[in-house]
Design a protein around this ligand. Structure first.
Ligand SMILES: Cc1cc2nc3c(=O)[nH]c(=O)nc-3n(C[C@H](O)[C@H](O)[C@H](O)COP(=O)(O)OP(=O)(O)OC[C@H]3O[C@@H](n4cnc5c(N)ncnc54)[C@H](O)[C@@H]3O)c2cc1C
Length: 149
């Protein structure tokens, strides 16, 4: 019998987790690598910031989410390099993971075009917009004052 096709997924966010769940088949061997051991439901981060949810309510351990998927392992590690010619993924702890197919779902970061001072302004504006539009705006007044200092 031929070896299952090795699929490596970098990132256990919405993209990586969805890919892993769609690859629930014994013809593929899936390794999902994430530097965190949990999937973070980012759209609810605001509720954690304003205290209406606890951090645990928006973070699910990746191993338990995928525990019924026998063809899938979750690997805790930070990817530092990829060699597409030799089809290898390199982790910060020195581990080398071979693959047949690679799915990169490591998320994204905002570029401030060399103006890193804009990063703080952007965060303050987003939090302020959320608090002012929230039905709990009055209750959040103290939080808003704490954010803007
Ligand atoms: C506050 C907030 C509210 C949002 N609200 C909405 C909304 O209402 N509706 C909507 O559609 N979208 C919303 N989004 C956007 C949505 O959350 C993102 O588009 C989505 O999470 C992107 O998914 P992703 O899988 O591409 O990346 P992510 O969810 O960012 O996942 C990337 C994963 O890769 C891992 N990773 C990154 N680098 C490495 C590395 N080098 N090695 C190992 N692992 C690594 C990370 O730990 C992470 O788990 C919101 C985002 C935020 C921040």
């Amino acid at each position: 019998m031929s070896e299952p096709w090795k699929v490596v997924i970098i990132g256990g966010g919405f993209g990586g987790l969805s890919a892993a769940q769609h690859l629930n088949s014994n013809v593929v061997d899936v390794t999902l690598i994430d530097r965190r051991d949990y999937h973070l439901f980012q759209p609810l981060l605001h509720q954690v910031a304003t205290g209406s949810l606890s951090a645990g309510e928006i973070a699910s351990p990746l191993r338990s989410v995928l525990s019924r998927q026998k063809n899938t392992r979750v690997w805790l590690g930070t990817v530092v390099d990829i060699d597409p010619d030799s089809k290898l993924v390199f982790l910060a702890d020195g581990t080398i993971v071979p693959y047949d197919s690679l799915i990169v779902a490591a998320g994204s970061q905002t570029s401030y075009f060399g103006h890193n001072e804009w990063r703080l302004m952007s965060r303050i504006t987003k939090i302020g917009t959320f608090i002012q539009s929230s039905p709990y705006a009055a209750d959040c007044g103290a939080a808003w004052r704490a954010v803007v200092g």
